[in-house]
Design a protein around this ligand. Structure first.
Ligand SMILES: Nc1ncnc2c1ncn2[C@@H]1O[C@H](COP(=O)(O)OP(=O)(O)OP(=O)(O)O)[C@@H](O)[C@H]1O
Ligand SMILES: [Mg+2]
Length: 492
């Protein structure tokens, strides 16, 4: 009995083993590929198909834009990589390789549960032929073509060179008021030192904005999103603007308010900006707090509200400030500024990120000493710490020692000022923040947020903060017909 059981068991184990070997052989050999192909062609024979032709040229021999869009779309499909045969071309950037359809190549695509077949017919008249099951046609054809348009727009946007536009004086306007150069700033979202959660929140906020066209239109709102970056000098605000531009592949229009004659000039310049662009005003606080201003307060408010953008949309506005205090709070009210992002001076975790990126150090025997001095309140801006590390990059030991002594002297002058009472006035504290010598120990972010919206979402006074208050409110009063593409719930 036992012998029989053992024999059966051995038989089962041997059959499993043989089955496994056969399966491995089939999956590695071309047989499985042929079986799949045979099954697919059998399946195809069971359905009735509809064909659509997208010719490369129209009857006037002009290029059919739809052909171009579909062609670009097809070349981007993951199915291209699985094709039996395709062309490889080098791209514009070095080391970039593109997969390009070959003549008569067939590519498969899936959309909303339907399978679509495209053939690149390069006979006398070059065309792309779409084959689609008749039963799926009515359901998916229109959304599928819209999907191709959207993907094409995205690809084009990513390919195009990002440019930086700056406005010139009214006297120099013979060639237009905007001058542009390629925007080659090396900063990216990865290189900016910032709390990782906060960075991810900002990235998904930007991505959601891009997907929310219908939602904004249904609400009758200008499709724009405004960010306020505030914090002491050298904390990465301008660098972050470059990172946003790269992330979105948007051109940057930097408005220099000092070169703008009046409100209507500001309006004129705004009308000359293009869609899908980043509108930037740096140091807005300094301009608003200055005595002589050519552009009025309502002029700037209207600009921030986006009501000037009568003819364009999809704009991201970014304003930078060293401090939100001393400002008329209406200038940064929700709707006018959607997201507030604080750029703090360095803390120990920021220091560690800088040490890792600038010196390649994950840990060091002097780190506990650095942590200790951060804990007693000393601080420097990422710009200052980064600079010390760059100039001492050949000797990480020396770099950290220099950071420690810079932190010590920062702490000593901070204590001396406190004793002499000179930090009691907020104005002088701002000045110190600009030179990067002082922390924000007197600036309570909780108070700032409460003052503005009666609301706080800040992990610690040293950590960068983001205020999604406006979005929260949208979530609390959701639109009865929310846009399926719009997703702001992640921000809560
Ligand atoms: N958070 C950061 N991440 C990465 N680099 C930073 C950061 N902060 C500062 N730096 C570096 O310090 C230098 C100055 O930064 P940046 O000009 O962005 O500061 P800022 O906040 O705009 O200052 P300001 O208020 O004076 O305009 C840049 O070279 C940048 O690379
Ligand atoms: Mg700056």
């Amino acid at each position: 009995m036992v012998m029989m059981l053992l024999a059966n068991l051995t038989g089962i184990v041997i059959s499993i083993f043989i089955g496994y070997i056969v399966f491995r052989f089939l999956s590695k050999s071309s047989l499985i590929h042929f079986l799949k192909k045979w099954w697919r062609s059998l399946e195809e024979k069971c359905y009735v198909y509809q064909f659509y032709k997208v010719p490369k040229f129209n009857e006037h021999l002009q290029e059919n834009q739809l052909h171009r869009k579909v062609y670009v779309y097809l070349n981007s499909l993951p199915g291209m990589e699985d094709s039996d045969f395709t062309n490889l071309y080098s791209g514009n950037k070095s080391a970039e390789i593109n997969l390009v359809l070959d003549s008569n190549q067939v590519v498969l695509d899936d959309f909303l549960g339907a399978r679509l077949y495209w053939k690149n017919e390069e006979t006398s008249s070059r065309s792309l032929i779409l084959k689609i099951r008749k039963k799926d046609k009515r359901r998916i054809l229109v959304p599928y073509l819209q999907h191709i348009h959207t993907v094409f727009d995205d690809i084009e946007q990513k390919r195009k060179e990002v440019r930086l536009f700056v406005n010139v004086d009214t006297e120099l306007q013979r060639n237009g008021r905007w001058r542009s150069i390629p925007f080659t700033h090396p900063a990216t979202m990865d290189t900016v030192v910032m709390d990782t959660d906060l960075k991810n929140k900002i990235k998904s906020d930007l991505e959601n904005f891009l997907k929310s066209k219908q939602y904004y239109h249904r609400l009758g709102r200008v499709w724009k999103r405004s960010y306020l970056l505030y914090g002491p000098s050298g904390t990465g605000k301008s660098t972050f603007i470059a990172a946003i531009a790269k992330f979105l592949h948007y051109d940057v229009y930097e408005f220099d308010l000092n070169k703008i004659a009046d409100d209507s000039d500001l309006k004129f310049l705004m009308l000359q900006t293009s869609n899908k662009s980043l509108i930037v005003i740096e140091d807005l606080d300094r301009y608003l707090n200055a005595k002589s201003t050519t552009v009025s307060f309502p002029g700037i408010s209207n600009f921030m509200d986006g009501i000037f953008s009568c003819c364009g949309e999809e704009r991201v506005m970014v304003f930078t400030m060293n401090s939100k205090e001393n400002l008329d709070p209406t200038i940064i009210r929700p709707g006018r500024v959607d997201v507030h992002i604080h750029f703090p001076l360095c803390d120990f975790s920021g220091f560690k990120i800088l040490a890792s990126s600038h010196l390649g150090l994950k840990d060091h025997k002097l780190f506990p000493q650095v942590e200790e001095i951060f804990q007693i309140g000393a601080s420097l801006s990422p710009a200052e710490i980064g600079e010390i590390m760059i100039s001492n990059r050949t000797s990480p030991n020396r770099a950290i020692k220099t950071v420690i002594s810079a932190l010590h002297s920062n702490n000593a002058s901070r204590v001396a000022r406190r004793l002499s009472g000179s930090v009691s006035g907020r104005g002088s504290e701002e000045l110190d923040c600009k030179s990067g010598l002082f922390g924000r120990e007197n600036t309570n972010p909780m108070k700032e947020f409460k003052n503005l919206y009666g609301f706080l979402r800040n992990k610690s006074s040293r950590k960068a903060s983001i205020d999604f208050d406006a979005v929260e409110r949208e979530n609390q009063n959701p639109n009865p017909n929310p846009d399926p593409n719009s997703n702001s719930s992640h921000q809560s």
